[in-house]
Design a protein around this ligand. Sequence first.
Ligand code: AQP
Length: 331
Amino acid sequence: MDVIFSGIQPSGSLTLGNYLGALKNFIPFQETAECYYCVVNQHAITVPQNPALLHERTRNLAALYIAAGMDPKKATIFVQSEVPEHAMLGWMMICSAYVGEMERMTQYKSKAQKEEKKEGFIPLGLLTYPPLMAADILLYQANLVPVGEDQRQHMEITRDLAERFNRKYGEVFTIPEMWAPQGGARVMSLQEPTGKMSKSDDNEWATIHMLDTADVIVKKIKKAVTDSLAHVHYDKANQPGVSNLMSIHSAISGKTFEEIETMYDGQGYGTFKKDVADLVVEELSPIRSRYDELTGTPELDAILDDGAVRARAKARVTYENAIHAMGLYRK
Ligand code: AQP
């Protein structure tokens, strides 16, 4: 049986990118695999967070997981900081990693630059984010990790760290594979479509949030940057805005880019944008309704309490093996 691990940071309100690139793809695995889905709040603190907001977003993200279709009877849903083995194995992974390879991570480079500009310093946690992510995955002996395309480099370093540890200390970890949705489903910013859509983007018009109302979604897509070619055509280099909207259309409708081009041939962007907005609204509306029913209920706490116990039982076994392999024990 496949073992699946994935997680999302409670670092903001989830975007359509998080949904199409990650969350939507988590759901089908629960029918056939052993799944661990985590709210990775310790990753969120790699940049400064407001404590009250972090607490609220952690619960809300778990509620959103369930609203999107995650079933606590089929998948283990939990909060990272409630399973201390993540941080404990994370430290061992940090000690197995090299500064040079961490500094080469593109996410580190872009987030470090952003934080330095904003706060005047670079949090060290940004540099050590990949070893913590490796620990998350390796603790569960996951063989498949559904993540968006932007996480490819982090997945490669996870594999490198696992292989390095196994070579040096013995076979402790399963080497995981990345699972990315077909076609990539990398959702780009609606305002600067050469950069990815991010939940921490300060420009509200750049990002569709999963909990945006229908009205807001329609307005944001109407205002999305396109070009003056007035031709629905997939060409990321010359028509990044239109190509991004086509990717969104395709990820929800299941149509190929060729089919979408034929559908809107000779029609400009008006109808196309309206249809993309309708598709997004139809996809997200039922999730929003379920989320509203669940958030703040004691049922959510019961699910997360149970998830933490189940996750910890599995994580503990790997952690014990890892400390014994490394010599980090007394008796
Ligand atoms: N734009 C995107 N397109 C496709 N997939 C995406 N993901 C994120 N943005 C896109 C996928 O969502 C999962 C969770 O991401 P995360 O919260 O752990 O961190 P992130 O990749 O850094 O996401 P954000 O939204 O950009 O968060 P911030 O702004 O806090 O850094 C991952 O599987 C990711 O691939």
